[in-house]
Design a protein around this ligand. Structure first.
Ligand code: ATP
Length: 634
């Protein structure tokens, strides 16, 4: 296949405003391509060569790309760099200067998709001292034979910033449209949620149709999209919503880890699908050592522990484990513990299809844990549960030794790093309040309530009321904190002159795939952070409003939504200048945050699509009213 077909499709997508049109463009294109190409096409549409969880990235620095453009076009680097400063996009620079070069060259070979992928792989795998030169050489070879439009997208692919707006949801819509029906869309999304590999899903459906998609399974090594919690404004409302009875667990303040345990290795993934194994090698080793089965996928929260007192420390401490160097020292200096809360797979069984209680029991069964841990987590709770009869028989044995549990390993061999989340079956608001206070005393953020009924399966990639969170913050302010994407900046005045003084922040609208503004944020920044801001943000500068951003307010500079900051606010109110939830509360106004303040936390564990959603903000807005009533009632 010629690479020009793909580049022309990207060009068409970029000029398209609506998600519907983009879906139609993709769908038409998918129908024309060979099954062996579709996987690469999908990855390249997102500026990648592999699925999101693949550890290596193309990630060429802009300066290196400018070097390749200069060496191919013969235009001096000072000129390409000046154009880049103006346009903020190496793709646009390549298009301009490769275009000039083309007018002077009579012959060049047409690029095929295979040749592009081959050279991109060479770029990705270039290592060692002369790796930068090699990367430039492989890119130059491609640029030499490119048309201006092809050059635009080559340079965007190698920097990982495509700007064509090809979100995963649009691609899934297009796959349904091209190879199945609208009704099959949930099955296709499920396949993506349990594999996190859009290319694999595309290839599977184009070869085997919807039946092959239905047969896709949870696999060790393919991260599963995490299940998320809804929120309610009081414990009483949570218990009512849960049908009068639920499991409550401490909500630990750490990093969520999904561990993929196989016979001889363990991989730890963050909820952004980054491979964190090298940050927590001690946790990985303990999980393997205490796991009784050959293969399992579990989830837990990794929390930093005070070396002297053994108490849990706040989220920021565990992030010290994310640095690239000095990991040996960091392991000693910042000990961590994993509190496991779910199991998604165990030796051939897809546990995501089982109700919460059965998963919890399987989790306990699957690990060597001390007798105390088992007793605490099992007997006390299980007696209170509405378990199916066959499960009850197994687990309600008075004598735990004779139950379904295999002999435990010697207690002395059990690492202190592995534990289960503290959990209790709760049957009244009073019990719930007491458990919440206990969680706060143990330095947790709050509680997670989990449904214990038969339909409480693990819903990969979805946020719903099977899990409901309640945090200490909800008591102080009317709303939860928000994780928002930076989409623009305003230059400061006075002390902040010449620097970014305020940021335009947006929530993610999962329906439209767009980022809708909710506030202008200028409070909570210290001097050091203001200094850091350009370094953090300027890589994502955009000359015009990015296609994925829905905004009325116009900042001094725009950014592609990438960096996520945690923000608190006094209240959510109707706003004529912000675009989140326009149409839901009023036809011509959206929702905005009043008195927003940066908490100091950059959510490096979240990507822009994992931001607080517009839907959540709308729900919180509605809950505000209910919380007011609740408070006045008391
Ligand atoms: P937050 O910013 O409050 O952590 P979130 O948007 O990251 O919220 P939520 O679904 O709202 O995610 O809250 C669940 C998060 O809480 C999980 O992603 C996990 O990291 C953490 N967590 C801590 N303790 C538990 C637990 N016992 N069960 C499930 N998740 C837990």
């Amino acid at each position: 296949m010629l690479y020009s077909e793909l580049a022309n499709t990207f060009d068409k997508l970029e000029k398209t405003g609506s998600r519907l049109e983009m879906t139609a463009t993709f769908s038409e294109f998918f129908k024309t391509v060979n099954a062996e190409d579709i996987r690469n096409i999908v990855y390249l549409s997102q500026g990648k060569l592999h699925p999101d969880f693949y550890p290596q990235e193309l990630g060429m620095a802009d300066k290196l790309v400018l070097g390749a453009i200069s060496s191919t076009s013969g235009i001096p680097e000072s000129v390409t760099e000046a154009a880049w400063i103006k346009k903020g996009d190496p793709g646009a620079v390549a298009e301009e200067f490769i275009g000039i070069k083309k007018q002077m060259t009579l012959f060049s070979e047409s690029l095929t998709l295979d040749r592009v992928v081959k050279n991109l792989l060479l770029i990705e795998n270039s290592e060692g001292r002369d790796s930068q030169d090699k990367k430039m050489k492989y890119l130059s070879q491609l640029l030499h034979d490119s048309t201006p439009i092809e050059a635009r997208y080559l340079c965007r692919i190698v920097t990982g910033r495509m700007r064509v707006g090809a979100g995963s949801m649009t691609i899934l819509d297009a796959l349904a449209d091209a190879f199945a029906t609208k009704e099959d869309r949930p099955e296709i999304e499920r396949a993506f949620n349990i594999t996190c590999d859009l290319g694999l899903v595309a290839e599977t459906i184009s070869v085997g149709g919807i039946n092959a998609i239905k047969q896709m399974q949870v696999t060790v090594g393919n991260p599963i999209k995490v299940m998320l919690a809804e929120r309610l404004p009081s414990i009483a409302q949570i218990i009512e919503r849960m049908g009068g009875k639920c499991a409550m667990e401490y909500k630990y303040d750490g990093i969520r880890i999904q561990a993929h345990i196989s016979k001889n290795s363990v991989k730890l993934y963050s909820r952004r699908l980054e491979d964190l194994t090298s940050n927590f090698p001690d946790v990985a080793a303990s999980l393997r050592a205490q796991c009784r089965v050959e293969e399992a996928i579990i989830e837990g929260e990794c929390v930093a522990i005070d070396r002297k007192t053994g108490e849990m420390l706040p989220f920021q401490t565990v992030t010290h484990r994310r640095k690239k160097h000095g990991m040996k020292e960091a392991i000693k200096e910042f000990p961590v513990k994993i509190f496991m809360f779910d199991i998604l797979y165990a030796d051939g069984i897809d546990m995501t299809l089982y109700p919460f209680v059965e998963r919890r029991i399987k989790l306990i069964e699957t690990f060597d844990l001390s007798e105390n841990v088992k007793k605490l987590h099992l007997l006390e709770n299980i007696k209170k549960l509405n378990l199916p009869e066959d499960v009850k028989k197994l687990y309600l044995s008075e004598d735990i030794e004779k139950s379904n549990f295999p002999e435990n390993a010697k207690e002395s061999n059990l690492s202190e790093q592995i534990d289960l989340t503290t959990m209790k079956i709760i049957e009244s608001p009073e019990e719930g309040e007491a458990f919440f206070n206990e969680a706060i005393s143990a330095r947790c953020e709050g509680i997670m309530a989990k449904s214990i009924y038969q339909d409480s399966v693990y819903r990969a990639g979805s946020r719903g009321f099977l899990w409901i969170k309640y945090k200490k913050d909800y008591e102080a302010s009317l709303t939860d904190s928000f994780d928002l994407a930076v989409v623009g900046a305003f230059y400061g005045m006075g002390k902040r002159a010449g620097k970014y003084g305020a940021l335009l922040m947006a929530a993610f609208d999962a329906e439209s795939g767009k980022f809708c503004t909710v506030c202008k944020l200028g409070t909570g920044f210290d001097d050091a952070f203001l200094e850091e801001l350009p370094k953090m943000l300027d890589k994502y500068l955009s000359e015009t409003k990015p296609q994925l951003v829905d905004a009325e307010m116009v900042p001094d500079v725009w950014f592609q939504p990438t960096i996520v900051l945690e923000v608190v606010a006094a209240e959510i109110s109707i706003s004529p200048i912000h675009t989140a939830a326009i149409g839901l509360v009023s036809d011509d106004a959206g929702l905005g945050l009043r008195f927003p303040r940066f908490t100091g936390c950059v959510r490096t564990d979240k990507g822009p699509e994992q931001c607080t959603t517009v839907n959540e903000i709308f729900e919180m807005y509605e809950l505000q009213g209910k919380k007011d009533t609740h408070l006045t009632e008391q």
